[in-house]
Unconditional design. Structure first.
Length: 122
């Protein structure tokens, strides 16, 4: 499985991974001035090998699409709140996911079909 990139640029924003475990990651994200950043806390998506729009993709990890924001897939933490707040958000997201799995027996993860292309460089 191809891992999620540790650094990439998308829509004029730089993304740099500063922490991760098997299922979650924290990225520092900025546009222009590297000191004007915020933290993105994400649940790493995992896709099987597939073909999409005539292009083959190997099994890979993925960054949540923009329509996943606000759910358990990703959160944004301000620079002022600090990396500690980002780590607390990871724990909250893990708890929420475990609770959802316990309630339903499974989680209905919605994966944006275009998402495998998200981490490709502009």
């Amino acid at each position: 499985m191809e891992p999620l990139p540790t650094k990439f640029r998308k829509n004029d924003f730089n993304h740099e991974q500063v922490w991760r475990d098997a299922d979650y990651a924290i990225y520092k994200r900025w546009k222009g001035d590297p000191e004007a950043y915020h933290w993105e806390v994400i649940r790493i998506l995992k896709w099987p090998a597939r073909e999409l729009h005539g292009k083959s993709y190997p099994a890979s990890e993925g960054y949540p699409s923009s329509n996943s924001w606000g759910g358990t897939a990703a959160r944004t933490i301000t620079k002022a709140a600090g990396i500690e707040a980002a780590h607390r958000k990871v724990e909250e997201m893990k708890t929420a996911r475990a609770d959802a799995i316990q309630r339903r027996g499974t989680v209905n993860d919605e994966v944006d079909e275009a998402s495998p292309e998200m981490a490709e460089e502009d």
